[in-house]
Design a binder for this molecule. Structure first.
Ligand SMILES: [Ca+2]
Ligand SMILES: [Ca+2]
Length: 235
């Protein structure tokens, strides 16, 4: 091995070749440019994780929930209760990804579990359950559509219907927009899905062609088998 190659290898091992310095300079520049409280170097440039600044308040609250220090609050008016994370008791749940589900620039916490699990939002010093899977008639997932993240509840494994309810939240837990997209064919012989089914989008009747185009566009990239497990979907 000649001297230059040895030098290159040494720099590679240390991760500090010219490329490394350029990446770090770029990260510092990105940090000032974006004003992000935390820049995850690994996510951006594929170099070892480097936390440049402290975690945001909401990240700390989510961490506190996951370590069992604080509860998550269900704050829907009908069903107010608190849920303390406990891996033994809540063995059906597991920690999922952190992703911005309400468009406020901060990540929410996905908890994987039955019927799509639960989504947690940290705000105003507390952790709230933003959404949860409600059963086979309300399976939870989210999708990116029209430059926003939509939280979806779906009912597609029963006879006679394919139902989707889409909800978009703001950073305060308020609903910004909500709509239904569905096909219903309860009354047809053998619950047959066809062009005579009732297709609805935002309370308007639409055609089967329009329904399928919207469904495919809004749910583009979603793996329905992954969402519903082994249950056969009706489409
Ligand atoms: Ca967010
Ligand atoms: Ca939030």
């Amino acid at each position: 091995m000649d001297t230059d190659r040895k030098k290159d290898c040494f720099l590679e091992e240390k991760g500090m070749g010219n490329e490394g310095f350029i990446k770090i300079a770029l990260l510092i520049w990105l940090h000032f440019l974006t004003g992000y409280e935390s820049v995850n170097a690994k996510a951006i440039l594929g170099i070892p994780a480097m936390e440049f600044t402290a975690k945001s308040e909401s990240e700390k609250l989510l961490d506190a929930f996951l370590s069992g220090e604080i509860p998550a609050v269900h704050d829907d008016a009908v069903n107010v209760y608190e849920w303390l994370w406990n891996e033994e008791v809540d063995s059906v749940y597991s920690v999922g990804e952190r992703v911005d589900l309400d468009g406020d620039g901060e990540n929410e916490q996905v908890i994987n579990g039955p019927y799509g699990g639960r989504y947690l939002d940290a705000r105003n010093g507390k952790v709230y359950v933003l959404a949860e899977g409600e059963g086979t008639a309300g399976v939870l997932f989210y999708t990116n559509y029209d430059n926003a993240v939509w939280i979806v509840h779906s009912d597609t494994t029963h006879m006679g219907r394919q139902m989707y309810w889409f909800t978009r939240y703001d950073g305060d837990g308020n609903i910004v927009d909500r709509f239904q997209l569905s096909a219903e064919y309860w009354d047809s012989p053998d619950s047959q899905y066809d062009e005579n089914s009732d297709f609805t989008y935002r309370d308007e009747k639409i055609s089967m062609e329009e329904y399928e185009a919207l469904r495919d566009e809004i749910l583009s990239g979603k793996n329905m088998t992954e969402l519903y497990g082994e249950v056969e979907c009706t489409w």
